[in-house]
Design a protein. Sequence first.
Length: 125
Amino acid sequence: MARLRVERVAEAIRSEVAEILAREIKDPRLGFATVTDVEVSDDLRHVKVFVSVMGDKAQVDETMAALESATGFVRSEIGRRIRLRHTPEIIFRYDTSIKRGARVFELLKEIQGEKEMANEKGGRE
């Protein structure tokens, strides 16, 4: 039962943080950031918010700095929007899983292309 509550709180926080990032934060350093996952501690006092960022390393660094700067605001908004006994501490983390997934997809396409080329060569001989 407790795990179900943690999951419900995580989903509520994910939704609210995404809304806050999209509509409330006006920091020009904030690039195109997408909330990809939220991990909530069992006692609901700590939250890790994972975000993916479109762009190069400089854009990622600026966006993460903007998120770090906005942590207090995001936390107060979460406290106002979601009824919890304690407003959790929020930590933003850069999520590289989408980049890694895209790289794996590229490698698979390369391998498939190499196999097709080898099959074409083998069929001609």
